[in-house]
Design a protein around this ligand. Structure first.
Ligand SMILES: *[C@@H]1O[C@H](CO)[C@@H](O)[C@H](O)[C@H]1NC(C)=O
Ligand SMILES: *[C@@H]1O[C@H](CO)[C@@H](O)[C@H](O)[C@H]1NC(C)=O
Ligand SMILES: *[C@@H]1O[C@H](CO)[C@@H](O)[C@H](O)[C@H]1NC(C)=O
Ligand SMILES: *[C@@H]1O[C@H](CO)[C@@H](O)[C@H](O)[C@H]1NC(C)=O
Length: 386
């Protein structure tokens, strides 16, 4: 009896594995594509729609990748008029690398295939996990650029990170009405301070110079939106002291371990009036902090921890209007539903954080010194898999 049930169990396990393998193999990867117009243009109504995927975390198991692929396809199905997909980092769980060359490329092909299948252009910025596999930051950008729908660019080699670049969006007359900035918020630690990465001072210098040059070129300050993976510390201040929409269920705000002054530079240059990040899978709040909109996306992938029980996977949508400039935002989930009015949150003394999570001196409300993000990575075993 025992051996028969073992045989049954074994064959069940084998057939499930075969099923999962077939499903992952069923992810369609198109290899030929029509020529792509790389120019971003507002439509004749002066509208431009950005769809933000964040923390896709491909590569942990074939099953999770299959779910993430379906989730992206679901979101795209209901947002067919999106003009651009922006991915704000941790698209791949680099810590799940199996030691074989070609691993990253194989995961990347899976995660971009929903965009290729829907003929959507994309641009991405790197997270802290993407480069833990077999490709470094520059190599990831190079590989992504081999796909015609990719608008991703390699940043200057003299500064920290790889995905430091900008893209213009013009109106129908060719006048540039919006700038999109992409920043590489790097990996762990900032300027040797333990915690999360940051946008380094040399990158901020690059931003200032770029912003000045754009102002000179266009003869005015063009409104801009910034994308990066790790939140700036002002997100924590905003949650602590200002009303926002949306929730914080993560271990606080896992922001830069050093405040390198990016927010101050935005205020100084006056162009960036909205910023969007990912990184904290269980946070999705958005609000205004001293005149600049600061928002999280919605966790898009099935790898990694989170999102909290009861939350759906999806994307944040940014509907930009050119003139006068405005942004309308909402969350779109993979089952087609939306959240147009995220729950309001008023500051509460019992829900305030003393410093960015995992930074020296951080304590969560119940006294833990590690974030969920850190613990998940530390406990991840690529052999056993989750
Ligand atoms: C590692 O992953 C790649 C891509 O999924 C796969 O082709 C390869 O066979 C894997 N290697 C091992 C040793 O598991
Ligand atoms: C484009 O130019 C025409 C002619 O000057 C003008 O009427 C129209 O409003 C402009 N469109 C936009 C989007 O600025
Ligand atoms: C934020 O909450 C307010 C109050 O409920 C609501 O009117 C508004 O639409 C919400 N905004 C967003 C972006 O969710
Ligand atoms: C805080 O840390 C404790 C362990 O010390 C952990 O059980 C708890 O889940 C953490 N709380 C949050 C909100 O992360």
């Amino acid at each position: 009896m025992k051996s028969i049930s073992n045989v049954v169990t074994l064959s069940l396990v084998i057939s499930i594995i075969v099923l999962i393998d077939n499903r992952v193999n069923s992810i369609k990867i198109k290899t030929t594509e029509p020529p792509v117009n790389k120019n971003l243009v507002f439509n004749s109504d002066g509208q431009f729609k950005i769809l933000q995927f964040t923390d896709l975390h491909y590569g942990e198991t074939d099953w999770k990748d299959y779910l993430s692929y379906n989730s992206q396809m679901g979101v795209l199905k209901y947002e067919q008029d999106a003009d651009l997909v922006v991915m704000t980092g941790d698209s791949v769980s680099g810590y799940a690398w199996n030691g074989t060359e070609g691993w990253f490329a194989s995961k990347w092909q899976h995660l971009i295939s929903p965009m290729i299948n829907n003929n959507k252009r994309w641009a991405f910025t790197l997270g802290n996990h993407d480069d833990q596999g077999d490709l470094n930051r520059q190599q990831i950008v190079q590989f992504d650029q081999t796909f015609p729908l990719s608008l991703t660019q390699q940043g200057p080699t003299s500064i920290h990170g790889a995905t430091n670049y900008w893209l213009p969006i013009a109106d129908q007359n060719g006048t540039v009405q919006t700038i999109l900035y992409f920043f590489d918020s790097n990996d762990n630690n900032c300027q040797n301070v333990e915690g999360w990465g940051c946008v380094y001072p040399d990158q901020i210098e690059w931003y200032r110079a770029t912003s000045e040059a754009l102002q000179a070129k266009y003869g005015r300050v063009v409104p801009a939106i910034a994308f990066m993976h790790i939140p700036i510390p002002e997100y924590m201040d905003m949650w602590n002291f200002y009303p926002v929409n949306g929730s914080l269920f993560d271990t606080g705000v896992c922001c830069f371990s050093v405040n390198t002054g990016l927010f101050a530079a935005f205020k100084e240059m006056g162009d960036v009036i909205s910023m969007h990040c990912g990184h904290d899978h269980d946070n999705n709040f958005i609000g205004y902090y001293n005149g600049i909109q600061l928002g999280y996306g919605a966790k898009s992938g099935y790898g990694g921890y989170g999102p909290p029980v009861g939350w759906k996977h999806g994307a944040r949508i940014l509907e930009i209007t050119a003139n006068p400039f405005s942004i309308n935002t909402y969350l779109r989930f993979d089952d087609g539903t939306t959240d147009m009015n995220q729950v309001p949150h008023a500051p509460l003394a019992t829900e305030q954080y003393n410093t960015c999570c995992d930074t020296y001196g951080f304590v969560n409300i119940t006294g833990n010194s590690y974030s969920q993000c850190k613990l998940y990575e530390l406990n991840f075993d690529p052999i056993k898999k989750h």
